[in-house]
Design a protein around this ligand. Structure first.
Ligand code: SIN
Length: 539
């Protein structure tokens, strides 16, 4: 199927005068310092100069927020073929089998390598402790700090990165655009807090910017997850696919006024029940796997139950579990709940679904190559083909790790064979008629967008809701896209509107229900749609 061609609006978000801004030269530029970006950096030959630019602090990434763990066959009673089959079953006939086999085979080696980098996984009787999550036929999820796996893995990787003198990390440095020349990626325009707009020229660029959960009102993601990498790759001409597939996590803490905090699937993996507001344990009415059915099933069941009971949430019940298990396995979730006066071992915990993981993204191959020469990508910003239409729990850190390493390896080899020549003759083209951002309240528009996406492009979609979303997003885009913003919130808004357009166009095209994409007007899976929907900028 040919890609859908979509008007990208302006090629570059901002004007620059190359004679007036600083230029930096490096061998490899990595955009994003989560698990994929950090692991990529460690794969770059130390003879090469590497710069990692990070929009926020490393603690603000989806990688660092990850709770449940990282999946891999580490128990002799399990088998790699089980991990492969579980991943394929979750993906509902849309995974790339060859790639799934590669990832599941590589998983144990990459987890052991993390241990060599210093990651301290939780243990039981001297062995790695393994938990279960939805869709896994065996206990194969390794975890750390009880329920803060991402924090511990990032600590180990960041410390390994800091020990490499050839790698510099710049935090609080958003990327505005990739710079391309004759279709090849040459670097990026970034914003630096000391010098403002800055051009970084790089022989090879790795995109590892993470997700886009903030396009939706309810999300587990940090505020920085605004789909920037998806948007800037699209403007640079990259092919994106599966943009209709946003995964909704079933259990996000729902307390009015409180931040939407993830309550890990591992809580259900250790035996917690889901109950409705009448105290009924309802999952048996929806799926034989009960609370550990695939995430899309559980999210839809919860939404249905909220409607049927006319209540704004459902409840996680851990009261039948041992207090010592709860304390040991979920120290951080316990602490957050306690800050709202809730005791996991006594109280029912209010939860409902929220946008969690962007399955769609920049199309990459087994070696993390994108369709744009000199541009590699890894992690949540990509669509590698691992997840199909529904990601298996705890396969995301794994994907970031394996394809981060692949991107680092590929970029390193390519940069080593490139001479030290940089073309400084490039000027981003711009339209001198651009309006300014002075009369626009970007925060207000961002909130309206997130509410619209939650209502119309959320867990349940239809031709009607998608049409409504398209009309509004197109209208907002018309007066936002061609302005020149001076602040991060404005650039984020422009990126979010573009990514929303890509999601809506893809969701309109997929006239069936599959995995996380559920259409009330086409509730069945249709074999005619066992294919990827891709999007590309109309140039
Ligand atoms: C969780 O802990 O429930 C999230 C893990 C994941 O998204 O894979």
């Amino acid at each position: 199927m040919d890609p859908i061609q979509i008007e990208s609006g302006q090629r570059y978000l901002t004007r620059i005068n190359p004679k007036r801004i600083p230029h930096i030269f490096t061998d490899v530029l990595i955009i994003g310092g989560g698990i994929a970006g950090s692991r990529a950096a460690l794969q770059i030959d130390p003879r090469l100069e590497t710069i990692i630019v990070n929009k926020g602090k490393v603690t603000q990434s989806n990688s660092a927020y990850a709770q449940g763990g990282i999946a891999g066959v580490l128990d002799p009673l399990d088998d790699i073929s089980n991990h492969i089959e579980d991943t394929l079953a979750a993906g509902k006939d849309l995974c790339n089998r060859e790639l799934v086999e590669h990832v599941c085979q590589e998983a144990p080696r990459h987890i052991r390598e993390l241990i060599e980098y210093g990651a301290d996984f939780d243990k039981q009787d001297g062995k790695l402790a393994l938990t279960k999550e939805g869709g896994h036929s065996h206990r194969r999820v390794a975890h750390a700090l009880g329920d803060a796996t991402g924090k511990e893995l990032m600590r180990a990787l960041v410390s390994a990165v800091e020990n490499r003198p050839s790698i510099q990390t710049w935090t609080k440095t958003p990327t505005l655009d990739l710079v391309t020349e004759e279709g090849k990626c040459r670097g990026a325009i970034i914003w630096n807090r000391y010098h403002g707009k800055t051009l970084i020229w790089a022989k090879q660029v790795i995109l590892a910017t993470g997700g886009a959960g903030c396009l939706f009102r309810e999300t587990t993601n940090p505020a920085l997850a605004t789909g920037d990498g998806h948007a800037l790759a699209f403007r640079a001409g990259a092919l994106l696919q599966d943009m209709e597939f946003m995964q909704f996590h079933p259990t996000v803490l729902y307390i009015a006024g409180g931040a939407r905090y993830l309550v890990s699937e591992a809580v259900r993996g250790e035996g917690a029940y889901l109950r409705d507001s009448n105290g009924v344990r309802f999952m048996s009415e929806y799926h034989p796997d009960l609370e550990l059915a695939h995430r899309d099933v559980v999210s839809r069941a919860i939404t249905d139950r909220m409607l049927k009971t006319n209540h704004s949430c459902v409840y996680l019940d851990l009261t039948h579990l041992k207090r010592s298990l709860i304390r040991e396995r979920f120290p951080n979730i316990s602490e957050v709940c306690a800050s709202f006066g809730l005791d996991l071992s006594k109280d029912q915990i209010p939860v409902r679904p929220g946008a969690h993981y962007m399955i769609g993204g920049v199309k990459t191959d087994l070696e993390a190559r994108t369709s744009v020469p000199h541009l590699w990508a890894a992690g949540e910003v990509t669509s590698s083909g691992l997840h199909g239409s529904n990601r298996l729990a705890s396969n995301s850190l794994l994907e970031g790790l394996i394809f981060g390493a692949a991107a680092g390896k590929g970029a390193s080899a390519a940069a080593l064979s490139q001479p030290d020549q940089f073309s400084a003759s490039l000027l981003p083209e711009w339209d001198s008629e651009k309006g300014s951002d002075e009369d626009l309240d970007s925060d207000d528009l961002r909130n309206s967008l997130a509410s619209l996406m939650w209502r119309d492009v959320g867990i349940t979609r239809s031709a009607e809701s998608l049409k409504d979303a398209k009309e509004k997003v197109d209208f907002w885009s018309r007066y936002v896209v061609n302005r020149e913003f001076k602040t991060l919130s404005g650039w984020e808004l422009q990126n979010m509107l573009l990514v929303a357009q890509l999601m809506i166009a893809s969701a309109i095209e997929r006239r069936e229900s599959r995995g996380v994409h559920y259409r009330s007007d086409f509730p069945e899976t249709d074999a005619a749609f066992q294919k990827h929907i891709s999007v590309i900028a109309n140039s």
